[in-house]
Ligand binder design. Structure first.
Ligand code: AMP
Length: 412
């Protein structure tokens, strides 16, 4: 997927409509608690402004269900972006109003405008499957997309976090703009490079570390990775669905009973493909999950009445050894209930091991909000090759799924 980027086109004197992922976390007073997503969009934004383009930025924020919700306004993002750029960012308080269109016309080269939350309009999230089956929905989605597209000469997509969706701003807008330049930004370029290279041409050993709550969320990823990676390290609650299938007692640990057989089928598939799968051999267990509650370490079976909340020290040591010689690492999902210390220990150990392997030359890619947060909390960001901005998107990429909204953009 070698897509044209902003570097391949001339933006001077043009109006550029760019989809960003400014879905930033906010506190109760609508203050931005992490501006990471804004900062990561800056290289593309600056390149366009410095290249003499007039920039119209659009994004969603949260899930406002198709109507205005002042708590999910992008106003704080406009303010922060303006601080980061050191220049005024015009704010348009509805993304397709006549006033907004007039503001777009009035933009000069080097100006930057941010449109209000796209999801204040229902049409943004109409799925293409639904639109194909219902003419009214199709019309609503197309009409919304045409109004956005009508403001610009060039389309840029730099929102990796939503790249696996077919929202109007991601899919229908570039479809409507066929014939005009439609390219990716530097953030998506970086995501595709890291994830794409890892899957197509990995340095070996290639180790995948998967954790988190549910096996069902990661079946596609495991299936796709079995033929590609040398080892899969499994932690988090999802491990107990596999362990139950292996006949282990798992006490009250989370388990997806409907997926126990599928879990065993995956383990058999991995064995045939000579892909090593590691499951935790010991566990930190509690009677009731709360912060600083006393815990026990269970080796092998878990007693009834106890629930596993983290991998144990033996598993952690084994996992760290299996990560140490890796040359390519993808990690998605925590090893335990990492939000509730001290059950973040396993996740922290893994984060440290991934950083150390990276110091020794491995390419490491961390995806998913929880694992990325663990890396950041430990101050290890600079020791990871790439922290993906899209948890769901990076998982779907690892599943081998196609991103239709990127496929339609211009090839190099
Ligand atoms: P996911 O969204 O699938 O990446 O899962 C992340 C969630 O899994 C986090 O909220 C963790 O607290 C949770 N989790 C991880 N390990 C366990 C476990 N052993 N028991 C219960 N929840 C877990």
């Amino acid at each position: 997927m070698a897509k044209k980027t902003v570097a391949d086109i001339n933006v001077k004197g043009k109006k550029i409509l760019m989809r960003c992922d400014f879905n930033v976390p906010l506190d109760d007073d609508c203050n931005i608690t992490s501006d990471d997503r804004i900062v990561k969009a800056l290289p593309t934004i600056k390149a366009i402004l410095e290249g003499g383009g007039a920039l119209i930025l659009m994004s969603h924020l949260g899930r406002p269900s198709g109507q205005r919700d002042d708590k999910l306004s992008l106003t704080p993002v406009a303010r922060r972006l303006s601080e980061l750029l050191g220049k005024e960012v015009v704010f348009a308080d509805d993304c397709i109003s006549d006033e907004t269109k007039a503001k777009a016309v009035a933009l000069s080269n080097g100006d930057c405008m941010l449109l209000e939350n796209l999801r204040f309009h229902k049409a943004e999230t109409i799925k293409d499957k639904a639109a194909k089956e219902d003419t009214q929905l199709r019309q609503a989605k197309d009409d919304f997309a045409k109004q956005l597209a009508g403001m610009a000469d060039i389309y840029v997509d730099d929102a990796f976090g939503t790249a696996h969706r077919d929202n109007a701003s991601m899919y229908t807008v570039p479809m409507v703009m066929e014939g005009k330049p439609r390219v990716i930004g530097f953030l998506i370029e970086k995501e595709l490079k890291f994830l794409g290279d890892a899957l197509s041409d990995p340095a070996r050993p290639f180790v995948a570390i998967l954790g988190g709550a549910k096996v069902s969320d990661k079946i596609g990823v495991i299936e796709n990775l079995i033929g590609k990676v040398d080892r899969i390290i499994i932690g988090g609650a999802m491990a107990y669905t596999f362990l139950k299938g292996r006949g282990k007692s798992i006490g009250r640990s989370l388990c997806e009973n409907d997926f126990v057989d599928k879990g065993q089928a995956l383990l058999n598939q991995a064995k045939e493909a000579e892909c090593e799968v590691l499951l935790p051999t010991d566990h930190h267990v509690v009677r009731k999950l709360k912060s600083d509650v006393p815990y026990r370490t269970a080796v092998g079976d878990i007693d009834p009445g106890y629930q596993a909340v983290d991998i144990g020290p033996i598993a952690s040591k084994m996992y760290r050894e299996k990560i140490a010689d890796a040359k390519t690492i993808v990690w998605n999902g925590p090893m335990g209930v990492f939000e509730t210390p001290p059950f973040d220990e396993g996740t922290k150990d893994i984060a440290m091991a991934v950083a150390e392997a990276t110091d020794n030359g491995a390419i490491s890619i961390v995806g998913g909000g929880d694992s990325a947060a663990a890396v950041k909390n430990l101050g290890l960001e600079d020791r990871i090759s790439h922290i993906s901005t899209g948890g769901g998107a990076s998982l779907e990429f690892l599943e081998g799924k196609k991103f239709i909204c990127l496929e339609i953009l211009d090839e190099k």
